[in-house]
Design a protein around this ligand. Structure first.
Ligand code: PLP
Length: 440
């Protein structure tokens, strides 16, 4: 029997991890390798064991920002202080019938920062739950508007929106991570993946025509269009033209559909504007944010909607939005989210994102000429190398760590989205890690 305080060796902890801990998208009986992290600061992770020098810690630059989230880096004094200070007042309290200053102030700040017209905020506890809430809002909105048959979503091939049932139902149904679950999920309507950014305008027109025809054919059963704006993340790191997003807004309006934009990955500056939809001048009816909302400190997400959506949902059957997770509006995560938004307030993130994009674009460009490399692209502080074959993840990860970077390739993609605080030298290390992973 282990205790929580007794010192444990690295080998012992890793053995216990293999025995008991289930990692994301992993086998419990044949788990892949994992590394023990001891500490994190700035853009760096301190791994407990250097594979090249067992027993020695190994510092690596985090190319993943903990999956888009740690935009300000780790152990940031302002974020640490926000959590500590809030802890002195209260760690958590239920949100039914109670409220508190951190949640109220966070809702106000989100309304200020997001596109005009989004006025009501539901504070969810994870990105996937935020997507569930958005889907419910769409269905309840249509019902409240006297269109109860409109319950399906028009989603995009190549999309990724989370791992809960509703969220999975709008993820790519074939190539995505959820192909094992068809038929158990709500049968949504899928439009093709948008053409890649920089495609011929004729390809954009053809795609828009196809989506418009789908929306028309299914208009009496569709509640909303659901999309990640301008960059599809975990469904393929695929950037697409602003014109496609503008067209989705128009098509939604033509058919009385809500436009639900999932900015859980793209939000808070990652693609070069505070929200990706800002770059297209598109305002959604419902917006989901998460991940970087708390600077990656604690799990929290938020769903914002227009006054009109809030009114139809609230005045309709049910008398309000039918959702209420235990940890919604958590004071610690609200406080750290506020501190994170304060750090973004001076706008210096924009120069950092542009600087990181330049570093990634310049550093990765030579990889284009390597055999097996299909494409190299950047989109804000996101760098992607797409191969023409699946990546050997353990080998690629080992090679990246040996080059000084933490990466987590998937499918045919080696990619990075560093914390905005990554220095030029750290970005160069990430590029070296990606190069090593590609050539591994
Ligand atoms: N939506 C998008 C675009 C995402 O990238 C993710 C996570 O990667 C989610 C939703 C789900 O968020 P979470 O993992 O916090 O549930």
């Amino acid at each position: 029997m282990s205790t929580t305080t007794a010192p444990r060796t690295v080998a012992d902890l890793l053995a216990a991890d293999r025995a008991h801990v289930w990692h994301p998208y992993a086998s419990a009986t044949r788990p892949g390798p994992v590394r023990l992290v001891e500490r994190a600061y700035g853009a760096r992770l301190v791994l407990a064991d250097d594979p090249a020098r067992p027993g020695e810690p190994r510092e690596v630059v985090d190319g993943m920002a903990s999956w888009w989230a740690a935009v300000h880096g780790y152990a940031h004094p302002a974020l640490d202080a926000a959590v500590t200070e809030q802890l002195g007042a209260m760690a958590h309290v239920m949100f039914g019938g109670l409220t508190h200053a951190p949640a109220v102030r966070l809702a106000e700040r989100l309304v200020e920062l997001t596109p005009a017209g989004l006025e009501h905020v539901f504070l969810a506890d994870s990105g996937s739950v935020a997507v569930e809430v958005a889907l419910k809002l769409a269905v309840q909105h249509q019902r409240g508007a006297g269109r109860p048959r409109r319950t399906r979503m028009l989603a995009l091939r190549g999309g990724y929106h989370g791992d809960t049932s509703g969220a999975m139902s709008v993820c790519d149904p074939v190539g995505g991570m959820h192909a094992l679950f068809p038929g158990r999920l709500a049968p949504q309507v899928f439009a093709p993946r948008p053409p890649a950014r920089g495609s011929d305008p004729a390809a954009v027109t053809a795609w828009v025509d196809e989506v418009r025809a789908l929306a028309r054919d299914h208009s009496d059963e569709l509640a909303a269009i659901v999309a990640e704006p301008l960059l599809q993340g975990a469904g393929g790191m695929h950037a697409y033209p602003a014109a496609c997003l503008v067209a989705l807004r128009e098509i939604a309006d033509e058919h009385g559909l809500l436009l639900v934009l999932d900015e859980i990955a793209t939000g808070f500056g990652r693609t070069g504007t505070l929200f990706a939809c800002d770059a297209a001048g598109v305002r959604p009816d419902v917006l989901c944010v998460g991940k970087a909302l708390t600077g990656g400190y604690l799990s929290a997400a938020a769903v914002l909607c227009t006054r009109e959506v809030a009114r139809t949902v609230s005045d309709g059957e049910g008398g309000g939005l039918l959702h209420g997770p235990t940890f919604m509006g958590n004071p610690l995560s609200s406080a750290v989210a506020l501190a994170s938004l304060d750090l973004l307030a001076d706008g210096s993130w924009a120069a950092d994102v542009a600087r990181i994009e330049r570093g990634l674009a310049t550093g990765l460009a030579p990889l284009r000429d390597l055999p097996g490399v299909r494409d190299v692209r950047t989109c804000g502080a996101v760098g992607v190398v797409q191969l023409d074959h699946p990546v050997d993840v353990p080998r690629a990860t080992d090679a990246a760590v040996a080059a000084g970077a933490w990466l987590r390739p998937f499918r045919d993609l080696v990619y990075a989205m560093p914390p905005y605080v990554a220095s030029d030298a750290e970005v160069a290390t990430i590029v070296a890690g990606m190069t090593a992973a590609v050539t591994a």
